[in-house]
Write a protein that binds this ligand. Structure first.
Ligand code: SF4
Length: 395
């Protein structure tokens, strides 16, 4: 995830909306979308706000969230109200803690919802660090490769009402009445309807056990404290699959967003993905989309529109350099570097091997937004050739 400069705005603060970070290119607001689930009409509204108040490109983060950048500081009241109206930040105190990544399968939606509701319903959990990550995934799901702290591992339910219940994980697996809650390489098996509360109990135990507020993740706890997090647990073998490649999966489409920058043209291109379109609808009434931690959007029912969405700017085939090429925000957005990381990545893209090692272009050692899977880094490259050379290094 892009890390902004540490200064915080003194901007006007509205209940329910987090204070923006301020970076070199203006204020930035993170919109944490639990599990990446977002209504298409809401995404359209977010894109419209971005174009109206700041950088027109909405940034997809490595946690499946969205960022609005280049905003005025302080934030205009009209923007604050509009974001509040979208109900994407329903609880100011909890917003930082609302980090849930999930496999995009629609059959996992009820678990994502239960986890988010449980999180928001407990005032004590507002203390969770912004880096504490909760995951919801199917067995062997690619989310398991992300740096999560607590995971619910469950077969997707097959009885979830969805226009496209098959989702990008293929046909819905046979549903099990029990699921695994996993932390620190150990798991307990619990009834499905107790999974969210069990996972949140681990989060509560983490808060009780951490020695100071700079202990951000469960893995940073002393070993003795970690042993008590999941009473009755057994060793659990965490095996992660690969992120879904761009392209059709059944009736759906995995649409990759190069550099995680969702342009207005791309959002316009998503119109018509739903049979009834997205722009004219009130927020919250449109088609369910899934923003993934791999900077793609799973668009239900859009397999036949791959070419059209590629014209809009998405990558919809697996043989693209953007499947292995990522970059931090870099200059001029980030004051920590003078390296225009995104421009260099764009220049290098035609020369990058889509079958080669993932390469992440960064302007400093913070390595913001780096992929969880093995990759090489291009640190402060001067030219596109430097990026290409970095890909050839051993990951
Ligand atoms: S230069 Fe890149 S890696 Fe460094 S802080 Fe800025 S965005 Fe993050």
């Amino acid at each position: 995830m892009t890390t902004p400069s540490p200064s915080r705005s003194g901007a006007d603060r509205c209940p329910g909306l987090l204070t923006p970070f301020v970076s070199a290119d203006g204020a930035m607001v993170r919109l944490r979308i639990p599990g990446g689930r977002v209504d298409a009409s809401t995404l359209y509204a977010i894109s419209s706000l971005a174009g109206r108040f700041g950088d027109p490109e909405v940034t997809l983060t490595s946690r499946g969230s969205l960022q609005l950048r280049g905003l005025p500081d302080p934030l205009p009241r009209e923007l604050i109200t509009a974001i509040d109206d979208l109900r994407l930040v329903p609880s100011g105190p909890h917003d930082k803690a609302r980090n849930i990544v999930a496999d995009p399968h629609a059959g996992l939606d009820p678990l994502v919802t239960a986890l988010d509701e449980g999180l928001l319903g407990d005032p004590g959990l507002a203390e969770l660090p912004g880096r504490f990550l909760l995951a919801v995934t199917s067995p062997g799901g690619p989310v398991l490769a992300e740096p999560w702290d607590v995971a619910i591992v469950a077969s997707p339910r097959s009885d979830v009402t969805s226009r496209h219940p098959r989702g990008p994980s293929g046909p819905a697996a046979r549903t099990s009445a029990t699921v695994h809650v996993v932390a620190d390489g150990r798991a307990v098996t619990v009834p499905r309807d107790e999974a969210a509360e069990t996972a949140l109990d681990v989060a509560r135990s983490f808060l009780a056990a951490r020695p100071d507020t700079r202990t951000w993740n469960l893995r940073d706890l002393p070993e003795a404290a970690r042993a008590d997090l999941l009473p009755g647990s057994l060793p659990f073998d965490v095996v992660a699959g690969d992120p879904p490649a761009p392209g059709p999966v059944g009736a759906d489409l995995v649409a990759l967003v190069p550099l995680g920058l969702l342009t207005p043209a791309m959002v316009e291109g998503l119109q018509g993905s739903a049979a009834d379109g997205i722009a004219p609808q009130p927020e919250g009434s449109g088609q369910r989309l899934a923003v993934t931690p791999w900077r793609s959007i799973v668009v239900p029912g859009a397999a036949a529109r791959a070419e059209e969405l590629a014209t809009a700017g998405f990558v919809t085939a697996p043989d693209s350099p953007w499947t292995v090429l990522t970059a931090c925000a870099g200059a001029p957005a980030c004051a920590r570097t003078t390296t225009p990381t995104r421009d260099l990545a764009r220049a290098a893209a035609p020369l990058i091997d889509p079958a080669g090692s993932p390469v992440h272009v960064i302007g400093c050692e913070r390595a913001c937004g780096h992929p969880a899977r093995p990759h090489t880094i291009a640190l402060n490259p001067r030219t596109a050739a430097d990026v290409v050379a970095a890909q050839l290094e051993k990951a």
